[in-house]
Design a protein around this ligand. Structure first.
Ligand SMILES: Cc1cc2nc3c(=O)[nH]c(=O)nc-3n(C[C@H](O)[C@H](O)[C@H](O)COP(=O)(O)O)c2cc1C
Length: 272
């Protein structure tokens, strides 16, 4: 994928589609892309393209869509982060083709989606998304929804990213070559726009933490805020790679002091 940082900067959730089906060319490009999206954990979710009318799929916040995609995977450690990472790769790839998406964890007729995905015991389907061309003007419902979750705002750099420990805020200037990968994290989508990602920079490592809000874990969805972390890791990883920093995922908890609501999840090491 080229120009990843620009895709990350310009992407937004699309809930109002123009009613036209995807071109055959776009549909087959997406099908080819989603057949094999690797993640740094070696866990590849199974994605399917699902026709809305065939399976009775819908969302109360989406209009004008005719196609969805969804992901399922076995319940195991790091499954949510891997799902967030791989699903977001597809979101960005779709955006590079001019195709809109919106992550849906809550506002969808979940039973119909789970049936369409043939969920087996031990598997779960955290999220789905429509795939379609954005309408020229968003429906009023979409505008209100964006206002409701403050979708156009993000926490500041210094509220999300820290130097050495979780107490000392990091400025964009002090982040040097990591400023862009971190900014790509700051711009990421997250469930109810809660932005639960935190990162501590120590030498050539970015240690990622989830700072939890209540009510984001369910049996059907898994832990949505770990999904958010997977998205953040995807943005950091792809941007660092684009910037020539050779990112590598590691599980190296530095053992820093954390608040009760904050948990270490992963590290990305870079060459700089
Ligand atoms: C894991 C996850 C689950 C989400 N679930 C929903 C949902 O059920 N319904 C919805 O309308 N938006 C959902 N969203 C979209 C967020 O509300 C949206 O990404 C956020 O408000 C930021 O807006 P933006 O994507 O336009 O930058 C979800 C996002 C993520 C990452």
């Amino acid at each position: 994928m080229e120009h990843v940082y620009d895709l990350i900067r310009t992407r937004r959730s699309v809930r109002t589609y123009d009613g036209k089906p995807l071109s055959a060319e776009h549909r087959s490009a997406l099908a080819a892309y989603l057949a094999d999206i690797p993640t740094p954990w070696g866990i590849s979710p199974e994605f399917r393209l699902l026709d809305a009318s065939e399976f009775g799929l819908k969302s109360p916040v989406v209009t004008g869509e005719s196609l969805y995609f969804a992901a399922k995977l076995p319940r195991r450690e790091h499954a949510e982060e891997a799902c967030g990472f791989a699903f977001e790769m597809l979101v960005l790839y779709a955006w590079s083709l001019g195709i809109g998406t919106v992550w849906l964890g809550g506002t969808l007729n979940r039973e119909a989606f789970q049936k369409a995905m043939d969920l087996a015991p031990g598997e779960f389907m955290p999220c789905a998304s429509p795939l379609g061309y954005p309408a020229k003007k968003p429906a009023l419902r979409e505008t209100l929804m964006r206002k409701g979750v403050g979708a156009d705002t993000r926490l500041s750099f210094g509220e999300l990213f820290f130097s050495g420990d979780l107490q000392h805020p990091l400025s964009s200037q002090a982040a040097g070559p990591l400023a862009r990968p971190l900014e790509a994290v700051r711009l990421a989508p997250s469930a109810v726009n809660k932005q639960p990602w935190r990162a501590v920079i120590a030498e050539n490592a970015a240690h990622f933490y989830v700072k939890r809000n209540k009510g984001f874990t369910g049996d059907a969805t898994g832990d949505l805020q770990k999904i958010d972390l997977g998205i953040a890791l995807c943005h950091f990883f792809l941007t660092a790679k684009e910037d020539g920093l050779q990112p590598a995922l590691a599980l190296e908890d530095p053992g820093l002091e954390t608040a009760a609501d904050t948990e270490y999840l992963a590290t990305i090491r870079v060459i700089r």
